[in-house]
Ligand binder design. Structure first.
Ligand SMILES: Cc1cc2nc3c(=O)[nH]c(=O)nc-3n(C[C@H](O)[C@H](O)[C@H](O)COP(=O)(O)OP(=O)(O)OC[C@H]3O[C@@H](n4cnc5c(N)ncnc54)[C@H](O)[C@@H]3O)c2cc1C
Length: 386
């Protein structure tokens, strides 16, 4: 794909990607390899999104995605590259099932991989030398009207073409000389791009879209002009998931590292330090079910941990010793309930795309596949991107 995309007179095409999860980074790499200038905006402190890692003194947790499996040839090639780069490895935990208070060992013949040294290692490797703006939240993305484009055109005569999208974003800059978070400053800025790719959930992406007047959501306009696009994205609903992170110096005595749980409150528990390349003491991650998490999105994290630790004891039938570290993390948009049938969405007229695991399957491979498809759709745009 590299080098076969025409470079317009006056400069390289500029594409903004919102989200440095697996889908956004995959798309960004493909676009960059084709000679497009890509800028990725990520509101988090690092890459990975739902395939991230939390580090605290003494413990490490993969608090979102736990492992990944491989189905397609393209993802097998990506996985082989990750393994060769030392950022992924096979994970063969002692599996069990539980729920009714009895732990039953479970055989598994599926090959599972994890990121190294944490799940975010995958995204870290994809991030490479891309232009990534961390701690930068996109506030709005405004499609320029024809008049605006004419005005902007003169300002951009050096690039000899109009920009289509104006992004407003807020960057949190930390004073590096002090750890005092109160000194963090939010700087609001804007920039223009030729095309926009929303590599996040529709719930996060669609509300950013505005018209030039900033009053009527572009999503509304899209519904009237391009029903197959926005309606499809808006139809996808997500379940939340609460994760509880437990760090121990005297760990629970469990003859398993990964437990599939069938319990009203819990679906999964894993011993994070059983994964390859992890540092730190014994760390367990518990995942609540979507049904239990729904309606508790705004609950205090303490109350979630207080409810899920006894649920874990009940499900696996053991006493959990007092953890020295306890935290709860809410994934508001954890899993798409009804993923779209399209692998990615791209509107060549609007120069607007969307991708993510909600398009191609609710897993890391789905996010990767969707990112690839989005880049391909952009590069294959009828008559070229411009
Ligand atoms: C609890 C849980 C367990 C899971 N377990 C597994 C598993 O075991 N195996 C598996 O394969 N998959 C698992 N998944 C699913 C997997 O994590 C996702 O499919 C994948 O990571 C999604 O990637 P993505 O790029 O589509 O989206 P995301 O990872 O959500 O990336 C979107 C990014 O956009 C950023 N963003 C959003 N709005 C803005 C804005 N306005 N400005 C700037 N940035 C913004 C977000 O911060 C985020 O980083 C799990 C997910 C969860 C939540």
């Amino acid at each position: 794909m590299q080098g076969d995309h025409p470079t317009p007179i006056g400069g390289r095409l500029r594409v903004a990607v919102v989200g440095a999860g697996i889908s956004g980074l995959t798309a960004a790499n493909e676009l960059a390899a084709a000679g497009i200038e890509v800028t990725i905006f990520e509101r988090g402190r690092g890459p990975g999104g739902r395939a991230g890692r939390r580090q605290v003194p003494g413990f490490e947790f993969d608090h979102g995605a736990q492992y990944f499996t491989v189905r397609s040839d393209a993802f097998a090639r990506q996985t082989a590259a990750w393994i060769a780069a030392g950022v992924a490895a096979e994970w063969s935990p002692r599996f069990a099932t539980a729920g009714d208070g009895v732990l039953r060992p479970k055989a598994s013949h599926t090959t599972r991989y994890v990121g190294v040294p944490g799940m975010s290692g995958l995204a870290g490797s994809l991030a490479g030398s891309l232009d990534l703006r961390y701690r930068t939240q996109v506030i709005s993305a405004t499609r320029q009207s024809t008049t605006d484009i004419t005005n902007i055109h003169s300002a951009q005569s050096a690039r000899n073409r109009p920009a289509e999208w104006m992004l407003r974003f807020s960057s949190e800059n930390q004073d590096s000389s002090t750890a005092d978070t109160k000194l963090a400053r939010n700087h609001e800025q804007s920039d223009t791009f030729d095309a926009l790719l929303l590599a996040c959930t529709p719930q996060q992406g669609l509300p950013l879209l505005t018209t030039t007047h900033g009053e009527i959501g572009l999503a509304e306009r899209l519904v009237s002009t391009e029903p197959s696009f926005a309606e499809q994205a808006r139809a996808v609903k997500f379940d939340p998931v609460w994760a509880v992170l437990l760090g121990f110096t005297s760990p629970p005595e469990l003859p398993a590292d990964a437990i599939f749980i069938d319990h009203p409150a819990l679906s999964w528990a894993a011993r994070n330090d059983s994964k390859p390349g992890r540092a730190g003491d014994t760390a367990w991650v518990l995942h609540a079910t979507g049904a239990w998490s729904t309606g508790r999105e705004e609950a205090a994290p303490d109350s979630i941990a207080s409810a899920l630790i006894p649920a874990f004891e009940e499900a696996v039938g053991i006493h959990v010793p007092e953890p020295v570290y306890v935290a709860a993390h809410r994934w508001r948009y954890a899993r798409p309930r009804n993923p779209s049938e399209e692998t990615a969405l791209w509107d060549a007229k609007m120069k607007l795309g969307m991708c993510g695991d909600w398009c191609a399957g609710a897993r890391i491979e789905g996010a990767f596949t969707s990112g690839l498809a989005a880049a391909q759709r952009i590069l294959d745009s009828e008559g070229g991107l411009w």
